[in-house]
Design a protein around this ligand. Sequence first.
Ligand SMILES: [Zn+2]
Ligand SMILES: [Zn+2]
Length: 149
Amino acid sequence: MDNTGCELSAKKNQYLKFVYLEGGAVKTTTISRHFDVAPSTVTRALGDLEKAGYITGVRYRGFCLTPFGEDYARFLVRRHRILALMFTRSGLCKEDACRQADLVESKVSRSVVDTICASLGHPTMSTCGRIEPDPIHCCPVAGVGERFL
Ligand SMILES: [Zn+2]
Ligand SMILES: [Zn+2]
């Protein structure tokens, strides 16, 4: 599936990232409590995400990511961490950088993330955690640098 990384609303972006970082199946009530949002609102958003193929319902245990959703969420986390790093390098404190990244990330496309990643020297660590390299689209792999010269 082709995508720019801006397919999801800011909220759905956060929910998907949350499910990914929790690992395994996550209950609607866990998400609603974490984000302080009404369960009915979360249920509706998760229903949309399920219909679009990002997550799938697990009986009694909530929702877990589909392989596509997992791949997508990996990008969401990478994007968040790269943006947070960009903000900390610009002088923001760790907390503000994380908050600003949360606010803007859903509008930042994959190609922009890759451009920022390259400009930061393909970092592997951010104040928000480890940045998974994306060797297919962006980050050079040790030993096969020729490709990127
Ligand atoms: Zn963060
Ligand atoms: Zn990179």
